[in-house]
Design a protein around this ligand. Structure first.
Ligand code: AMP
Length: 113
């Protein structure tokens, strides 16, 4: 069996995190190194390694993550926010368990670095 991901350990409460929301499909918790006044991650319980490895079977999960990102952003007081997915090392992915970054609470520049 493959090694549990860092985020699976957070999901299983083996590692502490500041959890904002969870349900049967996903969890949202604060990023440990926030890049904005509000910065949290939305992570599926299913350990899909990266977006490019998601399949059509994951259709409902992917939609769910987007809806929950917006719902938790609103609950955090955000009207405007950015959602980012890094897929692959050269795109900046460091944890190989799919996650949406949600950032807000300051002006965000474009294009990102
Ligand atoms: P990425 O670089 O897109 O893979 O994003 C991984 C994110 O996970 C980074 O923004 C990290 O700051 C964040 N992170 C790493 N470890 C933890 C942790 N224990 N709790 C919360 N966030 C974490």
């Amino acid at each position: 069996m493959s090694e549990k991901t860092l985020f699976s350990k957070i999901i299983d409460k083996e590692i502490p995190a500041s959890i904002l929301f969870e349900d049967d499909l996903c969890i949202a918790f604060k990023d440990i190194h926030p890049q904005a006044p509000v910065h949290f991650l939305v992570v599926p319980r299913k350990p899909i390694a990266r977006l490019s490895e998601a399949g059509s079977v994951d259709h409902a999960i992917l939609g769910h993550l987007m809806l929950k990102a917006a719902q938790v952003a609103r609950a955090q007081g955000l009207d405007d926010f950015r959602v980012v997915i890094n897929s692959g090392e050269s795109a900046g992915q460091t944890v190989f368990h799919l996650h949406l970054h949600v950032l807000g609470g300051r002006s965000l520049h474009w294009p990102p670095g």
